[in-house]
Design a protein around this ligand. Sequence first.
Ligand SMILES: *Cc1c(COP(=O)(O)O)cnc(C)c1O
Length: 354
Amino acid sequence: MSHFWSPVVHTLTPYVPGEQPQLARLLKLNTNESPYGPSPNVLAAIAEQSNADLRLYPDPASVELKKLIAKQYGLATEQIFLGNGSDEVLAHVFLALLKHEQAILFPDITYSFYPVYCKLFEIAAQTIPLGADFEICLDDYAKPNGGIIFPNPNAPTGRALASKAIASLIQANTDSVIVIDEAYVDYGTESCVSFLQGLGCPKNLLVIQTLSKSRALAGLRVGFAMGHPSLIEALERVKNSFNSYPLGRLAQAGACAAIADQAYLEVTSAKVIATRAELIIALDRLGFSTIPSSANFIFTRHPQHAGAQLYQALRTKGIVVRHFNLPRIEDFLRITIGTDAQNAELIQALQEII
Ligand SMILES: *Cc1c(COP(=O)(O)O)cnc(C)c1O
């Protein structure tokens, strides 16, 4: 602490990311990265772009990448916004679209970066409790608000809502922006992107996706938002008041190749979904109860073992998972879906612990 700090800095509670352990031998199942690595085309594109042109600034608007995303999702380029990871996109969304008189609404158990942005940007927020089974109860959001945001599927629970239910929420809130954070949508959830296609595009829906999870590019830092051009314009205004070049040349080249290789995304996501089903069955046999997951992680607890203890016991065996020391979820572990071999190692370790 120092009196040189701007006053708001004293009030911040920064987000704490999952550990990136330095020990390579640890089995890392704590930050929902893909176990498969990116499409080989991505690595080739980045290698090709690693040349003397790096002396030049990148395209500030990432036009090529916007075109590819627009084509992939059946949208216009004016409906696409890009950022240095979807965390940066989210930051711009909070400032550009969610800072109003009325409090914004999000679930009490959700992506823990949302309250962090609210503090940073001094945005009023109200949390809405998840139901008894950790489901988002959209009826509880029927109140005046400055905007609504949640991930679909939700994190860290992995539970998804049907896009039809979200359609009603969009229609019921024409005076505020609904932000759907689809970081994990490729693992079996209906995307809301289809609502944005064509002339019926609602003016108040923003859908956010990332290349970090299903496209196995957490290290490249590319995320994007899709929505009505009027919402995208607000994001561009904020972005160009902050950093004109959020995506470097290598990131743009790699992201273009990743978006173009839809087949790779489909194969690796299907593999994760299959391994997830096997993990849930194996955990069932060990007495765990696991929330139904539509993500590349599961949220699970054991009736006889405290979450913190399980976390520690796994850690001792060289397996890192995520544990949140928060009310209602302190007995849960969030475990990223790995390869089949990693899955077997995890199950073996849990068997020994239990
Ligand atoms: C992982 C994650 C993100 C952020 O991803 P980036 O790596 O910043 O693109 C955003 N929202 C949720 C819910 C996530 O789990």
